[in-house]
Design a protein around this ligand. Structure first.
Ligand SMILES: N[C@@H](CCC(=O)N[C@@H](CS)C(=O)NCC(=O)O)C(=O)O
Length: 82
């Protein structure tokens, strides 16, 4: 399973998705989008998220547009080392 989120460190909506993924124990990569400098309005990001907001949640190449991370719920959980 491959999870990527496009987010911004100070965005509460991005924070919510980060917390959900960490609670689920799912590893992810985060690509920063600086919404203070307007990076969300650059043409490249419009192709990722037509609403031009963060976060954008991508699971195995598919966007989960409401960022509920629900598509990740069926995935096997990594084993805890504790
Ligand atoms: N419905 C979205 C809304 C996300 C949202 O509003 N994100 C804000 C940051 S917290 C944003 O990207 N704002 C960009 C802007 O104001 O241009 C969600 O809850 O995930």
């Amino acid at each position: 399973m491959n999870i990527t989120i496009y987010g911004f460190w100070r965005s509460i909506a991005s924070f919510r998705v980060r917390v959900a993924l960490r609670l689920k124990g799912l590893p992810f990569e985060e690509i920063p989008i600086d919404i203070l400098s307007g990076e969300q309005f650059e043409p490249g990001y419009a192709a990722v998220n037509a609403e031009r907001v963060v976060p954008t949640f991508i699971h195995d190449g598919h966007s989960d547009d409401d960022c509920r991370c629900s598509s990740a719920d069926d995935a096997p959980r990594p084993q805890s080392s504790r």
